[in-house]
Design a protein around this ligand. Sequence first.
Ligand SMILES: Cc1cc2nc3c(=O)[nH]c(=O)nc-3n(C[C@H](O)[C@H](O)[C@H](O)COP(=O)(O)OP(=O)(O)OC[C@H]3O[C@@H](n4cnc5c(N)ncnc54)[C@H](O)[C@@H]3O)c2cc1C
Length: 504
Amino acid sequence: MSHLKKIVIVGGGSAGWICAAMLGHYFEKGFCEVELIESEEIGTIGVGESTIPPFLQLIRTLGIDEQDFIQKTQASFKLAIRFEDWRAKGETYYHPFGQIGGPVDVHEFYQCWLRAKANGHPSKLQDFAPATVMADTGRFMLPAKAQRTMIANANYALHIDAKLVAAYLRRFAEARNVKRTEGIVTDVATRADGGIEKVILRDGRAVAGDFFIDCSGFRSLLVGKTLNEPYRDWSDLLLCDRAIAVQTANVGAPHPYTLSQAQDFGWRWRIPLQHRSGNGYVFCSQYLSDDEAKAVLMRQVEGEVLIEPQVIPFKTGMRERLWVKNCVAIGLAGGFIEPLESTALHLIYKGMDYLLRFFPDMDADPTLAAEYNRRMTGDYEEIRDFIVLHYATTQRDDTPFWKACAAVELPESLKARIDLFQASGVLRDGVDDMFRAPSWQSVMEGMGIRPRRYQQLVDRVPYSAIEQLMDRSAPMLADFVRTLPTHEAFLRTHCPAEPVRKSA
Ligand SMILES: Cc1cc2nc3c(=O)[nH]c(=O)nc-3n(C[C@H](O)[C@H](O)[C@H](O)COP(=O)(O)OP(=O)(O)OC[C@H]3O[C@@H](n4cnc5c(N)ncnc54)[C@H](O)[C@@H]3O)c2cc1C
């Protein structure tokens, strides 16, 4: 039994360079050779700019200085997603990062709030979420710099420039002995056991390896095209199948949240970076043509248009197995669930994290791949269910699209989750719990799903104590947040973007 000597990554988009950076970091001392093949001629998808908090865990795991990373990638802070017009036109809610309120005795805040609501208390759940209050008022402070204050339990992620991040991670990986090869893969040779032996480039060069990571994007050159792993198509659950993306100059200060505004046939995003904004319309082609979607998006974006709008078709779903033989598909090569909750970059990190946890040797014990696939499938399915929740519980019936969303038959796993939640606000654990309780609670509440009753054990606490907490803490939080710098001022003083490097 001997360890892998060479890993080949095919593809240099966000997925390829995140994988390369992680492997470079772990194998810096030359444990295993890593080579990445990418083609400038083919290019990358270039979108994927809103993240969730574990993205910062990746940056920290790599030992990258967060401030430097923000400055070089024109990043801004993201405290929440603001959903407009999802449940009904004119309604807005937030999905914030971090905690909502604090426990009372041993009881979860949410349960205490449910009890207060049952007693007619007028407060809103999000009045107690520090990240929501900051996002809504355009304020920002690093929670770590505000310990022992009311925002200490908030959390945040970043809005990033996808191309600058790939360039940053490329520099990081190349400095740690990852070899980059420019070229187009035109052929793939397989071994007698059906695994991948080598990839062959257009100019005739062959690159062999012991293990391959397929980061070739929607083309899925290795796991899809070569190993023929079937695709689990979830387009019956999530109806959108195309996006139009466009970059614009910023107008006004960047908001510390991603905007997700429901449209007649999908939804529109706005992701403000320090130097520009990313915008897009995710829609269902059954009801809207590319030209119509483009016209709708262009009517709504603000600021000078910086690049031509790009149309991106996609099919929601994932490969039945992501790890097959001696190859694992990471990023779009493995699957894609639309970007409503900004989860794709996280799945890349998760995919690499698990790969390092279940790292194979030359014999590649199939039980490692089986456990990897079980975990990753669990994560994909939890994300799928979470996104379906946003659509299927809508009250909108103003277009055929929204009527079709409301008529979607829920996956059993989501149905069971909603049923349990409605019974008493309890949440069912997933394989790895991608989303914590405040995420589900926020979206359920935003979409009008409230438990029928609170957990009766909360009655142990005198109601006067709960009422007092509700009465006092929301105004105190609002008052405290008013003392914080604006998001723009924080960026300017703490981590102003550096001019974009020519090589990036
Ligand atoms: C509309 C949209 C919006 C999104 N928004 C978000 C978001 O807000 N947040 C988020 O986390 N994710 C988002 N994503 C997902 C995110 O963009 C991707 O997960 C991420 O960019 C990773 O892409 P990738 O590296 O797998 O693929 P790509 O960027 O497509 O890279 C594929 C690589 O493979 C190379 N390649 C392909 N074929 C060959 C070949 N034959 N030879 C050599 N090289 C080859 C290409 O050159 C490229 O380097 C979004 C996706 C879409 C479609």
